[in-house]
Design a binder for this molecule. Structure first.
Ligand code: FE2
Length: 219
């Protein structure tokens, strides 16, 4: 069964990921060669700084899908966002300003600050959950407070969050003991590529864990 990549900056020109259609095409070929059958495109969304327009994201997905189809590349592209946390994120999601994964309103890829956890984190998670949305915490291995205390992530997972790690944190000989311990403790739902290009941060090397069964049924 082919894998679903839930975190990938494959859409051209929308953020610091793929700069152009040629790169997106190359990323798509690389994804397929690495067993990926579906990519949820997740351009950054940062309130007041980089608010990707959902209409533009959806249109870009359609355009890239058309290019892939005409090149006989068997890869499905679906819309999404990597949403940076802010106090009114649940309201912005409810209003449709931010895209949930695959536009299904069941899962949101949520990015946190690397150094300090915001005071409003619990509130944002709770309000998203009240809307029936499961937060998937993007690349949890990058957050200092998670690396220093795995129990913090354990609490969030018990409260219904899912955790994603980047595939290259497990591979490429990083020897990251923290990442491995998070996986061994059963705290990680899935890996994703978080690919930004076709060479240095390419779409490859993922597995999907059980935590994503619900979303995978959806897509
Ligand atoms: Fe990302």
């Amino acid at each position: 069964m082919s894998a679903v990549d839930i975190h990938c900056h494959i859409l051209p020109g929308l953020d610091d990921g793929s700069p152009d259609a040629a790169t997106s095409l190359l990323m798509a070929r690389t994804a397929v060669e690495n067993g990926i059958g579906t990519v949820i495109a997740t351009p950054h969304w940062i309130e007041g700084e980089h608010e990707t327009d959902p209409i533009v994201v959806r249109r870009s997905v359609q355009e890239l899908q058309a290019v892939l189809d005409s090149n006989a590349i068997a890869l499905a592209i679906l819309p999404g966002n990597e949403a940076f946390i802010c106090p009114d994120l649940p309201d912005r999601v409810r209003r449709g300003d931010v895209l949930t994964l695959a536009d299904r309103k069941t899962h949101l890829l949520l990015e946190l600050p690397y150094e300090n956890l915001p005071m409003y984190f619990d509130d944002v998670v709770f309000r998203l959950q009240l809307q029936g949305i499961t937060p998937i915490l993007a690349h949890v291995e990058r957050y200092r407070y998670v690396r220093e205390d795995w129990r913090m992530l354990d609490r969030w997972v018990r409260r219904g969050c899912l955790a994603q790690i980047n595939a290259d944190s497990l591979h490429h000989g990083h020897g990251d003991e923290v990442v491995q311990s998070l996986v061994d403790r059963g705290l990680v739902a899935c890996t994703a590529t978080d690919a930004h290009d076709a060479i240095n941060r390419a779409p490859c090397g993922i597995w999907n864990g059980n935590g994503l069964d619900g979303l995978k049924r959806e897509v």
